[in-house]
Design a protein around this ligand. Structure first.
Ligand code: ATP
Ligand code: MG
Length: 332
């Protein structure tokens, strides 16, 4: 079975529709025919300013959402990044193979640091893609399901794996980017030319999975559209309407062309009202399942501990091979 690895940051109380429709829904499907590792990158979450009091709660929240969305700890490995110390240790080695100029070309750093102001951006944010490379390479992942927003980082990961293997001898599988069928990219409701993001979008631009459906309905009603009246998929001319159609289509498994036909002659208000209902039908049972998981944090922690044990076995064997190849004296 091919191995896959992917992660989602605990950077908000709730995941959003983009996280589900662009990533987690595919993770659930991949459990069936892959050896799947899914993790919560808390080391990555502290690359931007964070509140220590909420990070632990958000990490448990993230685990509860992953299980409620369908990850099954008997069929995949779910763990927290900081529970497996090999991530930070491999990142150091990979950082020593990465050129400063090479790292400087990463667009996510440019985007996130320009939003924060260059003086407040941290070295951790700068080296984020190197830690991400370590996350992937530790597990010898064949495939990494990531959204379009992560493609450049995966390219760096492949370069680093190849560089290490050719300089020091093979220690890593060179992973393939993998955009699974049906993965949708969801845009910010208020700024439909930018992706919906946990940390960058304004609250009114994000449909949070744990939002009260009434709140989501209101956000969908106020989504930015255009001044035409026609409901038609056209990302260039109508990014807002196209985004609503994408969400609608992904949640109902109906073709966009079918939706266009159904809404011919109807108004944007009709589309938004129906979409709000579709979203409500999806999140209502989900919110209940998440609440059930959160009622028993000790059980959640046990699931994560089991995941960390299994992940640690793979990670420590990779790191030992890496240390041996680069000439570190083995500890007694
Ligand atoms: P942050 O703003 O903290 O980076 P995020 O919303 O970008 O949060 P991540 O934790 O970085 O979420 O990413 C988790 C997964 O969700 C990744 O596979 C990423 O590609 C995917 N993803 C994130 N945003 C979207 C989106 N708007 N549409 C589709 N997929 C997305
Ligand atoms: Mg992100």
């Amino acid at each position: 079975r091919p191995r896959v690895l992917s992660g989602i940051q605990p950077t908000a109380d709730s995941f959003h529709l983009g996280n589900y429709l662009g990533a987690i829904r595919q993770w659930v499907a991949l459990q069936d025919d892959h050896d799947a590792f899914y993790f919560i990158p808390d080391l990555h979450a502290i690359t931007v300013e964070h509140d220590p009091k909420t990070l632990a709660a958000r990490t448990r929240n993230a685990a509860a959402q992953l299980l409620a969305l369908g990850l099954d700890p008997d069929r995949c490995t779910v763990f927290v990044q900081s529970h497996v110390p090999e991530h930070a240790r491999l990142a150091w080695v990979l950082g020593c193979l990465t050129g400063f100029g090479e790292a400087s070309r990463m667009t996510q750093f440019k985007d996130k640091s320009s939003k924060q102001g260059a003086d407040r951006a941290t070295i951790g944010l700068f080296t984020y893609p190197i830690l991400q490379a370590a996350d992937i390479l530790l597990y010898q992942a064949d495939r990494v399901p990531v959204g379009e927003d992560q493609r450049q980082h995966l390219e760096l990961t492949r370069d680093l794996a190849q560089r290490f293997n050719s300089r020091f001898g093979k220690a890593f599988v060179v992973p393939e980017p993998y955009i699974p069928a049906g993965a949708a990219k969801i845009q910010d409701l208020q700024e439909p030319t930018a992706k919906m993001s946990k940390s960058a979008s304004s609250p009114s631009g994000i449909v949070e999975l744990l939002d009260d459906p009434k709140v989501s309905a209101k956000k969908i009603r106020s989504a930015v559209t255009d001044t035409e009246r026609e409901i038609r998929y056209d990302v260039e001319a109508k990014p807002g309407i196209s985004n609503l159609l994408t969400i609608y289509s992904a949640l109902t498994d109906r073709k966009i062309s079918e939706l266009e036909a159904e809404y011919a002659g109807k108004g944007y208000g009709d589309l938004k009202k129906d979409l709000a209902e579709v979203v409500g039908d999806f999140v209502s049972p989900l919110r209940e399942r998440v609440a059930l998981y959160l009622e028993d944090p000790a059980e959640l922690d046990r699931v994560l501990a089991r995941g960390a044990t299994r992940a640690g076995e793979v990670a420590s064997s990779t790191l030992a091979a890496v240390h041996e190849r680069i000439g570190f004296l083995p500890p007694m």
